[in-house]
Design a protein around this ligand. Structure first.
Ligand code: BGC
Length: 736
């Protein structure tokens, strides 16, 4: 690792007190410097929607921040399905960090959207681990290429806000590996983040900040992470225990360093473990300062604003477009603009990601319109007068644009939502306008899925998310057709809350434990498995043009196809590749996203796309051998425009690398011994001596009954003795 030799030299010169001091923040946002050895302090800032730099490093307030470009929240960015765009946005955020001397941006957030109720969903990418991981890797690459470290947060199973500082997420190992750790693993392996943030919560009874298994065995030893892990703010409970577990940096500053010194002196903490972390902290500090050594040019805030608007437009999802009503044939007098969000937009999430924008566009300013009506009051009180005004405006227009969504009081860090409804007065407004104006476009401004009981009545629905400071212009661009919508849902929109995968166990019983009983079946995996029709499926989104898919060809692990724009406008399509294992040895979801691409095509243009998959894309985590397993066999490749709009499919037989065999032991069922040529004959002859078992040799019914019997029962039945069982086990394990 670069800087290791220098770090070793420095480490040797540090006193125990200095080493302990380096593992605890100096204040709210900076690390400790040791001036006598030239070890610098590094400034870290939120993240992830833009730079949230406090004016002073000891200020933990939410608002006393410097202006910065407010980009769309992660929900919106992920809906673009555009890794290059996410990389560009992260690069722009990093440029603003560099100009302010910030070495690490505290993002991206890559917890999964296990339930639409999670208060912080706006700040996370997706319900799908692969989409989240790829987006996260793009963010990391974009920031780090500009010399600013990224921070994957929050490791791990921090999927709800309720009791977040003490909640215990109960997650089984397979689910953890395949779902909740997966985005972290993808981003660590693909992009090498400088930092990771360990979450507040416990995982299966152990605080994540105190889990050596998580912080060293998985993160460092398995995945090769070579950065540092910091705690979420105030997540540490016992500093010595978290040092022993591998948590490099406690944040924010705290008077805990003497406890680390005492633990070493009293023999409770091995100094070698402290040294290991300090060496890595020194390498990190050098990385951050080397990257920041070149003078940073002043960021081009105009260009960043334009990028924020482009990114917001890229994430807008056209959910419905009957008629088609959109794009608007003309703007101006015939357009009634309704809803206070058009004039005072909600454009970002609430909490630690909140940025002070450099400017703010509103739809009211950006969309030429006739009448305007607020429709609902800021305070959420119902107001029949406002509804009447809105109806009047809508009635006199050719088309009504109604902006509704979730105010901060419904969606914020630290608190989960209680339902997925819009505020009552927003729903009342939509219904009132629909009563008088058939040509109504509903524009949704929210960070996560909402219910839409009126969806069938609205001609057009646009999901605009929390679009950042350029969100108002972005909505106008899509309504007017200056931008052809190409956003696709990165989360399923359910009809009702009861349809959601974690409904019965989110956030838990109220005893501080949250059982992830939905297991592998997050998002669309659950709707597929339970045969539930979502309101709008994962991956869904319409365009002002049409795309045709053809010519699917699978050659080994490479999948190719052609997509053509057969409409009249240029546009981008999000082509999604799902994989299904036909006869999985371990039960698994019906299909899982394994690739996506977003070609931009002129009218009439065709493009050949190809996806190269890895054996890991076909693997499941087998807890019996604590490893990923692949099984050769039949796999179906499904290519579509959403998880429910599969356009092409092909089944092939794949030869995949051999996995670790599951060892035979006394609980291995007879079925497996009989299937193994090395043991079959001896098992059959042992069975022949026992009437119950010999019947199985010629009765399919009894055979089925016996097949599942552990071999140890043959000892109980007197058909085998212990030494014979030992011999057979050795034989089977040698042969397989
Ligand atoms: C949040 C983190 C954030 C940190 C610093 C915590 O409450 O969970 O995401 O980076 O505060 O603001």
């Amino acid at each position: 690792m670069e800087g290791t030799t220098r770090a070793d030299g420095l480490l040797a010169q540090l006193t125990l007190e200095e080493k302990a001091a380096l593992t605890v923040g100096r204040d709210a946002w900076t690390t400790v410097a040791i001036e006598r050895l030239g070890i610098p302090s590094v400034w870290v800032s939120d993240g992830p929607t833009g730079l949230r730099k406090l004016r002073s490093s000891d200020d933990m307030s939410l608002t006393n921040t410097l202006p910065a470009t407010c980009f769309p929240t992660e929900s919106a960015l992920a809906a673009s399905w555009d890794v290059a765009l996410v990389e560009e946005v992260a690069g722009a955020i990093a440029a603003e960090c560099r100009a302010e001397g910030v070495g690490v941006i505290l993002g991206p957030g890559i917890n999964l959207k296990r339930s639409p109720l999670a208060g912080r969903n706006f700040e996370y990418f997706s319900e799908d681990p692969v989409l989240s991981g790829r987006m996260a890797a793009a963010f990391v690459r974009g920031a780090q290429a500009r010399g600013v470290g990224a921070c994957l947060k929050h490791l791990v199973a921090n999927e709800h806000e309720t009791g977040r500082m003490y909640a215990d997420s109960i997650v089984d190992e397979r689910t953890l590996r395949e779902v909740y750790l997966r985005p972290f693993e993808i981003a660590v392996r693909e992009a090498g983040p400088w930092t990771v943030m360990a979450s507040y919560n416990r995982l299966n009874g152990e605080y994540c900040v105190e889990s050596r298994r998580l912080l060293r065995e998985i993160l460092v030893e398995e995945w090769g992470f070579d950065g540092i892990v910091m705690s979420d703010w105030l997540a540490v409970n016992d500093r010595a225990a978290s040092v022993a577990a591998g948590l490099h940096l406690q944040m924010p500053g705290s008077p805990t360093a003497p406890a680390v010194v005492a633990a070493v002196r009293e023999g409770r903490l091995d100094e070698a473990r402290l040294d290991e972390l300090v060496r890595e902290l020194l390498v990190f500090a050098e990385r951050a300062t080397a990257a920041g050594a070149e003078p940073a040019p002043a960021p081009d805030l105009d260009a960043h604003h334009r990028l924020a608007r482009r990114a917001a437009a890229a994430g807008i999802v056209l959910l419905k477009n009957d008629g088609p009503l959109l794009p608007l044939a003309e703007a101006g007098d015939g357009v009634a603009l309704i809803g206070a969000f058009a004039r005072e937009p909600r454009f970002q999430g609430a909490g630690s990601s909140q940025v002070r924008p450099t400017r703010l566009e509103t739809l009211h300013d950006e969309l030429p319109h006739g009448a305007y009506a607020a429709g609902y009051a800021d305070d959420g009180a119902s107001d029949p007068g406002l509804l009447r005004e809105a109806q009047e405006a809508a009635r006199g227009a050719r088309v009504a644009i109604v902006c509704v969504g979730l105010p901060e009081s419904h969606e914020t860090e630290g608190v989960d939502r209680e339902h997925i409804d819009l505020p009552a007065q927003h729903t009342a407004l939509v219904e009132a306008v629909l009563d008088v104006q058939p040509n109504t476009v509903v524009v949704l401004i929210n960070g996560s899925a909402v219910a839409m009981p009126w969806a069938a009545r609205a001609s057009a629905i646009l999901e605009a998310w929390l679009g950042g400071q350029g969100g108002g212009g972005a909505i106008a661009d899509v309504l007017l057709g200056r931008v052809n919508p190409a956003g696709r849902l990165s989360e399923t929109f359910p009809v009702t809350l009861a349809d959601t995968p974690a409904h019965l166990d989110f956030p838990g019983d109220g005893d501080g434990r949250s059982h992830f009983t939905d297991r592998l079946f997050t998002g669309y995996r659950s709707y597929d498995a339970r045969g539930i029709e979502p309101l709008f499926p994962f991956g869904h989104g319409l365009s002002y043009t049409r795309f045709e898919y053809s010519g699917l060809r699978v050659d080994g692990l490479t999948v190719a196809l052609t997509v053509a724009n057969t409409g009249e406008r240029a546009g981008a399509e999000v082509v999604q590749l799902y994989v299904r294992e036909r006869a999985p040895r371990l039960r698994r979801p019906d299909k899982e996203l394994r690739g996506f691409a977003k070609p931009v095509l002129e009218p009439g243009e065709r493009r050949e796309l190809s996806f190269r998959l890895e054996p890991r894309d076909f693997a499941s985590y087998d807890t019996r051998v604590a490893a990923w397993r692949t099984d050769s066999g039949e796999f179906e490749f499904l290519v579509g425009a959403s998880s429910r709009d599969i356009r092409l499919r092909e089944t092939v037989t794949l030869e995949l690398p051999d996995s670790l065999p599951v060892p035979f032991d006394r609980l291995t069922p007879l079925r497996d011994w009989l299937a193994d040529p090395a043991t079959r004959e001896r098992i059959e002859s042992a069975m022949a001596g026992v009437p119950l078992l010999s019947a199985a040799l010629d009765s399919p019914m009894i055979a089925a009954f016996v097949a599942d019997m552990p071999i140890a029962k043959l000892v109980i039945l007197g058909a085998l003795d212990e030494p014979e069982l030992g011999e057979l086990t050795a034989l089977a394990n040698r042969a397989s």
